[in-house]
Design a protein around this ligand. Structure first.
Ligand SMILES: [Zn+2]
Length: 337
């Protein structure tokens, strides 16, 4: 029900990357669950300690271009990582990156990322068996067909969806993205594929929608390809967030009830999120509670198995968002609330 491997993969700071994605988010959240008087004594009923699942090139090739996948498995990997994690400035100097502080070479980061993809696949499998699963890994919703983007190298959401389809475990799937940033990799990857329907509620302004909507050749930039349901929220519209999400979920029902929903449950819409680019959207902890309850309850009422992945959330406070949801949903699932 909750996938969490206590032996964590090396953190971003172990590679000399200075982006505020802290593993303490995960450890603090898990600590709060173990301390809970309902969840501490029942840990064996909800804690999944490992996820023995392999992610292969074949999984990546269902989603990404052969050329891009080859680059990831060649000596061009480091270049791809520097680009996707935005570790070089316009003049080619290191930015938010200090190799002298690294314990491991940058290319070893690939193991952590593949492990994240495996976590999402395992979360989907478990959700299809028990109805609900949560994983602290994954949520790489900016990765596109032939490039990484916005700290996302591979799109684990679409990779997991297509793997569930290939294993004949699910045919129709929703990807419900409630992270602060638009799921601008997921939308173009699933455009034209009616078996995967996408919803994204996100900041109307700021990254990735502050780019030029058109590429030099005149075609639409992939970030502007619409999701099946897009809900842009402008600064100051936070009070309408939950009701607009509710409407969006109702619009999704018109596509038919799927076999599985993957929820990209980012905490970065939080007013205390530490990433400067999420400043335009500032939900309170209470509003995030309402958001998560709404998504969970709606999917549950419709009988849709739900696989939640952690995705975005930056700085020292975002664990409060994940903890709040899990302290409610796990006892609910276990009949302990
Ligand atoms: Zn985000």
């Amino acid at each position: 029900m909750l996938i969490y491997r206590e032996q964590l993969q090396p953190s971003l700071s172990d590679f000399g990357i200075l982006i505020p994605i802290y593993d303490s988010t995960v450890t603090e959240t898990f600590k709060s669950l173990i301390k809970d008087p309902r969840l501490g004594p029942t840990r064996e009923r909800w804690h999944i300690r490992d996820y023995p699942i392999d992610v292969t090139k074949e999984d990546l090739l269902r989603v990404h271009s052969p050329d891009y996948v080859e680059r990831l498995y060649s000596n061009e990997l480091e270049t791809e990582l520097l680009k996707t994690f935005e570790l070089l400035d316009f003049e080619g100097n290191y930015y938010r990156y200090d190799p002298s502080k690294a314990k491991y070479p940058l290319v070893k980061l690939f193991d952590r990322l593949i492990d994240g993809v495996a976590g999402t696949c395992a979360c989907c499998r478990e959700a299809l068996v028990s109805g609900f699963c949560y994983t602290f890994t994954g949520g790489y919703h900016h990765a596109k067909y032939d490039t990484g983007d916005g700290f996302c190298v591979m799109n684990d959401l679409v990779i997991a969806a297509r793997r569930m389809q290939a294993e004949d475990k699910a045919q129709n799937i929703w990807i419900v993205d409630i992270d602060a940033h638009k799921g601008d990799g997921t939308a173009p990857l699933c455009a034209g594929d009616p078996s995967i329907r996408t919803l994204s509620i996100h900041m109307a302004d700021g990254w990735p929608l502050d780019r030029d909507p058109y590429l030099p050749d005149g075609s639409l930039h992939p970030s502007f390809v619409p999701s099946d349901v897009d809900i842009p929220i402008a600064s100051g519209e936070e009070a309408d967030y939950v009701s607009r999400l509710d409407e969006g979920l109702q619009r999704m029902e018109a596509f038919g009830i799927p076999d599985l929903a993957i929820v990209v449950g980012g905490a970065d819409p939080y007013e205390k999120d530490g990433l400067p680019s999420t400043a335009p959207l500032n939900l309170t902890l209470r509003q995030l509670d309402e958001r998560d309850h709404l998504v969970y309850r709606r999917l549950h009422e419709l009988g849709i198995p739900q696989a939640w992945v952690k995705s975005g959330g930056y700085g020292a406070h975002v664990w409060e968002v994940f903890s709040q949801f899990l302290l409610w949903v796990l006892p609910e699932r276990l009949g302990l609330s």
